[in-house]
Design a protein around this ligand. Structure first.
Ligand SMILES: *[C@@H]1O[C@H](CO)[C@@H](O)[C@H](O)[C@H]1NC(C)=O
Length: 350
């Protein structure tokens, strides 16, 4: 649904309007047309979700603005992979027809997107950007950890609230409407949401005579989203292929000698395409034009990355900062160094 001047709405684990670059245009849009129009134009929403969307336009906006963050995390995790989490641009949805399958990669997309929504939402709450939520109200009074007792202070990220909101929003599809793929998506969404909660750190500030730390105030803060990304990437590697039972109520490992998936595992139904050639129908962009590493034998190696289609070499000049010197006080001066490097690029359709 391409109805914004420079944005799109799509539906991964939640409906998301993506408003790139021109933040002001998006504000203008939201202000002029209102959330009603936005929510009515997101494909794939059921009534309950449209209602929630209209009731919380600000939340939708925050979630939309956070999309670029989890997409770039996804792209970071798969930078050396044939499938590199690239987006299709202004298509029906960001990942084109990729999401119509239930592959391992789609499992990852669902998990990281719902994790991203939780992360974005909890952060916006802590920053006071939304009037429907704030810091975790249960973190008050005193408590203790391995180092002794402390007082809750500052602002603890309210991840529980963010999980609840996105859960209500995501899991409202009627039971009858759930097909095998929907069951799988819901599972991966949940695994993604839970992943964020794993990476909460207790951060503390010391008080007391000359920093003696006799008194501490602490708060629970979400770790950098990279931790969640790394974790989900590991789950991707160990994702379990499953088959949905005949009643459509659950699933079991597709191969009896495989382990049964737990709540934290990513699951998928279908084998992935090899992503070697460009194929709109499977959401594959192909690897033509991708940079590869000639000496590596793993995924980023030219043999694997280029699918045996060969590669070209070009010599490019890179400029880096070098011979940096520290000048009192306080500046660092560097020289620009030029370096010739060989870059290998997969042949094929770009
Ligand atoms: C290419 O792969 C080799 C071997 O894995 C590694 O040592 C090297 O740093 C890689 N080069 C680049 C540019 O990533």
């Amino acid at each position: 649904m391409n109805f914004l001047p420079s944005g799109i709405c799509f539906y991964v684990s939640v409906a998301i309007c993506w408003l790139p670059a021109k933040v002001h245009a998006s504000r203008w849009y939201m202000g002029t047309l209102g959330s009603q129009v936005m929510c009515d134009n997101i494909p794939g929403l059921v009534n309950k979700q449209r209602q929630l969307c209209r009731q919380h336009p600000k939340v939708m906006q925050v979630i939309g603005a956070g999309v670029k963050d989890w997409i770039s995390e996804c792209q970071h995790q798969f930078r050396n992979h044939r499938w590199n989490c690239n987006t299709m641009g202004r298509d029906q949805n960001l990942f084109g027809r990729l999401l119509l399958r239930s592959s391992r990669e789609v499992a990852f997309v669902y998990a990281i997107s719902s994790a991203g929504v939780v992360y974005t939402l909890a952060r916006a709450c802590s920053r006071g950007e939304l009037n429907t939520c704030s810091c975790d109200p249960t973190k008050k009074g005193s408590s203790h950890d391995a180092k002794g007792s402390f007082d809750w202070g500052g602002c603890s990220d309210h991840v529980e609230h963010a999980i609840r909101f996105s859960q209500i929003f995501v899991d409202t599809k009627k039971r009858e409407e759930r097909d095998a793929r929907a069951i799988i998506n819901l599972h991966n969404n949940r695994a993604g949401r839970k992943a964020v909660k794993r990476f909460m750190n207790l951060e503390c500030k010391c008080h007391g005579v000359s920093g003696s730390c006799s008194v501490r105030t602490c708060w629970q803060a979400m770790a950098d989203f990279r931790h969640t990304g790394d974790h989900l990437r590991k789950r991707y590697n160990s994702a379990v292929q499953v088959a949905v039972n005949q009643y459509g109520t659950g699933f079991t490992a597709a191969h009896t000698h495989f382990k049964q998936p737990s709540k934290n595992d990513l699951v998928y139904l279908e084998d992935s395409p090899d992503y070697c050639i460009r194929d709109q129908d499977s959401g594959s962009m192909g690897t033509g034009g991708r940079v590869c590493n000639r000496t590596s034998h793993s995924m980023e190696g030219c043999e694997v990355m280029c699918c045996g289609q060969g590669y070209d070499m070009s010599r490019v000049s890179r400029t880096t900062k070098c011979e940096c010197k520290f000048h009192w006080c306080c500046a660092v001066h560097c020289r620009d160094c030029h370096q010739q490097v060989d870059v290998h690029i997969c042949k094929g359709q770009t």
